[in-house]
Design a protein. Structure first.
Ligand code: ADP
Length: 244
């Protein structure tokens, strides 16, 4: 028993070290990467008339690579700071929150010809508003992204029982095989290649951590070729020590 406890403490400590490493390295990489990206764009603007097509293509590849790396670093920072950030539990108005999330996804929705339907009424959640915004944004965005329907459609609904409020984000996308239903919540577990579906592979693991911090659970029900329903359940009453 004592040995198990010691191992648990050691594991927790090395996990914290890893999180700290991910935080510091991603934080420190931001500035040099911004510099590389800015100078490549300057080079493109200033020498456009002098360089041939190959040279311009190489510059574009470098700009694209820097932009992908910026997204990865942003997600790594987000992933490694979730447990560090102070959690501010309030009763979150979900109509208002979804309004903000959908405004921020407006461009993607227009680009993909996507539709989002909300099944009223939505119950307020006892949660941290910023974390919940990120959670909803990742899940709705995935519903439109991993989707090859003519009209990608996402439906949001909510149910409750005596202890939990459960939200469902359902899409008519490509779906997920049953055997991957838990793996997709692990960092960098991607089922599709980056060329067809760009992403960092951290979106769902960030969702998992957020729900964990809110003492909830997250899971998916899916049928390949038909669509997926992502669910998350949050307790109606949060433990005392986390209350704002
Ligand atoms: P990313 O941040 O790269 O989008 P995620 O962590 O959000 O990755 O998702 C992990 C993997 O789970 C994705 O690469 C994709 O294969 C699969 N996935 C996530 N959401 C959906 C969805 N709504 N429909 C089908 N597959 C999905």
């Amino acid at each position: 028993m004592e040995q198990i406890q010691r191992h648990t403490v050691e594991l927790q400590s090395s996990y914290k070290d890893l999180e700290m490493f991910a935080y510091i390295s991603s934080h420190d990489m931001q500035e040099p990467l911004r510099m590389i990206s800015n100078y490549m764009q300057l080079l493109r603007r200033k020498y456009e008339v002098k360089l041939d097509k190959d040279a311009m293509d190489y510059i574009d590849f470098a700009i694209k690579g820097a932009s992908n790396l910026q997204s990865l670093i942003k997600d790594l920072l987000s992933y490694s700071t979730i447990n560090k950030k102070e959690i501010n539990l309030v009763s979150v108005d979900m109509d208002e929150l979804l309004n903000d999330v959908l405004s921020s996804l407006q461009l993607l929705m227009e680009d993909r010809n996507a539709k989002v339907f909300i099944n009223e009424p939505l119950k307020p959640l006892m949660a941290d508003k910023n974390a919940l915004t990120q959670l909803m944004q990742n899940l709705i965005q995935n519903g439109m992204k991993y989707n090859i329907s003519e009209v990608p459609t996402v439906r949001i609904s909510c149910t409750e029982d005596s202890k939990f409020i459960t939200y469902c984000i359902q899409d008519n996308g490509i779906g997920i095989e049953k055997e991957y239903a838990t793996q997709i919540f692990e960092p960098f577990k991607r089922l599709h290649n980056k060329h067809n579906f760009p992403g960092t592979g951290l979106g769902l693991s960030i969702c998992g951590k957020i729900v964990d911090r809110l003492n909830g659970t997250i899971w998916v029900d899916s049928e390949p070729g038909v669509g997926s329903s992502f669910y998350f359940s949050i307790p109606k009453v949060q433990p005392e020590k986390q209350q704002a």
